[in-house]
Design a binder for this molecule. Structure first.
Ligand SMILES: *Cc1c(COP(=O)(O)O)cnc(C)c1O
Length: 382
């Protein structure tokens, strides 16, 4: 089976993990701050907080921005469920903003319309989570302008977009947001097994995220409300979680990060090659935004709804591990029970009827890619 995505693990990665296993610290040692600093320098941001998943990073980002009971959080319906669940963890109410039919990212025009109505109703969101689907940044300049005008916080769910660029800088620099979140799950761009990171230029937000990631416990006397009893003293000042990344994971992350450029070059090369090879087929290939350079976590094609399932089954039947990203979150039973229903976000639902993710990862060979394309063409010619 040719999978839709796959990690790339090399001997240097294994050596880096073994080195930690032979060291004094398996967790809370030097590898985690080393990984945080390397990533912060790489993307050009002040603070990086490594955690055990992007889901945890989204949760601590929402908490640090003060999202709580009675607040509203909005996100895109075309994403993994974690982008919405983080708001529910905080007791907030979730709503969605439909996608742009060309980029498949949250549509700034739909956002503005919804904000105008929400302002009249006195129901403005406290946080909007923007998802950079497939690794291509959303239109952050327009969305940031709306955040300034309407006074909500912005989180970029850049789980797909590690190594992507926007407006001349790296995704993760938080130029247009309060917090950016990365995922290091094995199907994503670089991996730590499970893992994630929350990035910010705001000192107070970063400090609160660090607190929430580690039990709400601090050893920083400036955060304490009482005088320390002695040098052993620590204080719990918030209800936090254990979302820490281990040193084993961080060492793997550092090693993987050193090959990020290589991965992006390869993914973009294979994406360009798909564009070219699929040029004379009825499929719609991804449209490139002029402001962004995609990391190409996913290569999503669209086909007529009447062909989608048959093509999917044809490819799977020929050992090609195609997938669908994503089922609109508002149509999940859990969200339907909260009051959402089919028809609420038409562009997202239309996209879902037509989308297929083709295999794309650095280790995909040209000959395997040719086989994917030939198998797809065979479907349309039969
Ligand atoms: C993978 C993913 C997540 C969750 O990442 P984990 O590291 O697995 O928790 C969140 N949002 C999006 C868009 C994702 O693709």
């Amino acid at each position: 089976m040719i999978p839709y995505g796959r990690q790339d693990i090399r001997p240097a990665d294994i050596d880096a993990v073994v080195e930690v296993l032979n060291s004094d610290y398996l967790t809370q040692g030097p590898a985690v701050p080393r990984f945080e600093q390397a990533m912060a320098e790489r993307v050009g941001v002040s603070h990086a907080v490594a955690v055990n998943s992007a889901t945890s990073a989204l949760h601590i980002a929402c908490l640090a921005l003060g999202l709580g009971n009675g607040d509203l959080m909005w996100t895109s319906p075309i994403t993994f469920v974690a982008s919405a669940n983080c708001g529910l963890y905080c007791g907030a109410e979730i709503d969605f903003v439909d996608i742009d039919p060309v980029s498949y990212n949250l549509d700034p025009v739909a956002l503005e319309e919804k904000l105008r109505a929400a302002k009249v109703a006195g129901r403005l969101p406290k946080v909007v989570v923007v998802v950079h689907l497939c690794g291509q940044s959303a239109d952050m300049k327009s969305i940031k302008a709306l955040s300034d005008a309407y006074g909500f916080h912005l989180i970029e769910d850049a789980s797909h977009a590690v190594g992507g660029k926007y407006d001349g800088g790296y995704v993760g620099n938080c130029r247009y947001s309060d917090v950016t979140v990365f995922s290091f799950h094995p199907v994503k761009i670089i991996t730590t097994g499970e893992g994630g990171m929350a990035l910010s230029n705001d000192n107070a937000v970063a400090e609160r995220m660090r607190l929430f990631a580690s039990h709400g416990v601090t050893r920083n006397t400036e955060q304490m409300t009482k005088e320390p009893d002695g040098p052993w003293y620590y204080q719990q000042v918030a209800l936090g979680f254990n979302y820490r990344m281990t040193d084993l994971q961080a060492a793997l992350g550092c090693s993987q990060l050193s090959r990020l450029d290589e991965y992006i070059v390869r993914r973009q090369y294979l994406a360009d090659r798909y564009d070219h090879l699929l040029g004379d087929t009825p499929v719609v290939t991804p449209v490139r935004s002029v402001d962004a350079s995609s990391s190409f976590h996913l290569y999503v094609i669209r086909v007529a709804p009447s062909h989608r399932q048959a093509l999917f089954e044809h490819l799977r039947g020929k050992d090609i591990g195609v997938n669908v990203h994503y089922i609109p979150v508002h149509t999940q039973p859990y969200y339907e029970a909260l009051g959402f229903k089919s028809g609420d976000f038409p562009e997202a639902e239309r996209y879902y009827q037509e989308a297929i993710s083709l295999p794309l990862y650095p280790g995909l060979s040209e000959s395997d890619q040719d086989y994917v394309v030939a198998t797809l063409k065979e479907f349309f010619s039969s």
